[in-house]
Design a protein around this ligand. Structure first.
Ligand code: KIV
Length: 263
């Protein structure tokens, strides 16, 4: 039976850390869930790690639907979350609903979208119509042109306070999870303590309720530059299945992320 959002929220509420990895195809989907990964994120990072693009911006809804269908075919139990790609949800709540519906039809159980309080109306529109939403805050790769690069966010007191307000507004609007990317660990801790829904961290310190990494980064096979928060789990493991199992164990027992992966 496939894991539900309620089951994940309750696991997290009982203090269990959730292990999340990106996944883009059926073979890896089966391998990751057998190694104990709780959530498979069909991330628009596929633009960079599969398609060789310089950013996630060229990824289309058709790409996301295709890869979501592949992951859903391979995984029988893991929870599946899929990204709404750049340009597929910012125009209006109706546009977001139309496109999120395609991801759900392909097998996603939750959609993820980037944006702060400005997206609250859309999050509310989707969640009131039966579409669970994860809000992505902090470093939002789809805004790389506006951010001026892949930089740590929320470093000043003012930025930190805006991010906390955004997280609260998105939770209030109905977000079922909040993903925090590349922010100081102490800010992620404060956000996690203020929210009742689980936080998923990537470069956001050890206090988030869940951790995520891009699969190709944690296997050390992405040829581009990797961030400080990445750990190559294959370097010390006896194969891919063992590397993923080590990642799951390190997330569950709090060994990952270590201080050297944090800001
Ligand atoms: O697209 C993706 O892989 C993501 C992760 C960086 C969290 O959003």
């Amino acid at each position: 039976m496939r894991t539900t959002l309620t089951a994940l929220q309750s696991k997290s509420g009982q203090g269990e850390k959730l292990a999340v990895l990106t996944c883009y195809d059926a073979s890896f989907a089966a391998l990751l869930e057998n190694a104990g990964v709780d959530i498979l994120l069909v991330g628009d990072s596929l633009g960079m790690v599969l398609q060789g693009q310089e950013s996630t911006l060229p990824v289309t809804l058709a790409d996301m639907v295709y890869h979501t269908r592949c992951v859903a075919a391979g995984a029988k139990r893991a929870f599946i979350m899929a990204d709404l790609p750049f340009g597929s949800f910012q125009e209006s709540p109706r546009q977001a609903l139309r496109n999120a519906a395609q991801l759900l039809a392909a097998g996603a159980q939750m959609v993820k979208l980037e944006g702060g309080a400005v997206m609250a109306e859309t999050v509310s529109f989707l969640s009131q119509r039966g579409i669970p939403v994860c809000a992505h805050l902090g470093l939002m790769p789809q805004s790389v042109n506006q951010l001026g690069g892949y930089r740590v966010q929320g470093k000043t007191e003012q930025q930190a306070s805006v991010l906390l307000d955004d997280a609260l507004a998105l939770q209030q609007a109905g977000a079922g999870m909040v993903l925090l990317e590349a922010i100081p660990a102490r800010l992620a801790k404060a956000v996690t303590e203020c929210l009742s829904v689980p936080t998923i961290g990537i470069g956001a310190g050890p206090d988030c309720n869940a951790q995520v990494l891009v699969l190709h980064d944690m296997l050390g096979i992405y040829p581009g530059k990797t961030a400080r928060f990445v750990k190559n789990f294959l370097a010390e493991a006896d194969g891919i299945q063992a590397a993923v199992a080590d990642y799951v164990q390190a997330v569950k027992n709090g060994a990952f992320p270590a201080p050297e992966h944090c800001f």
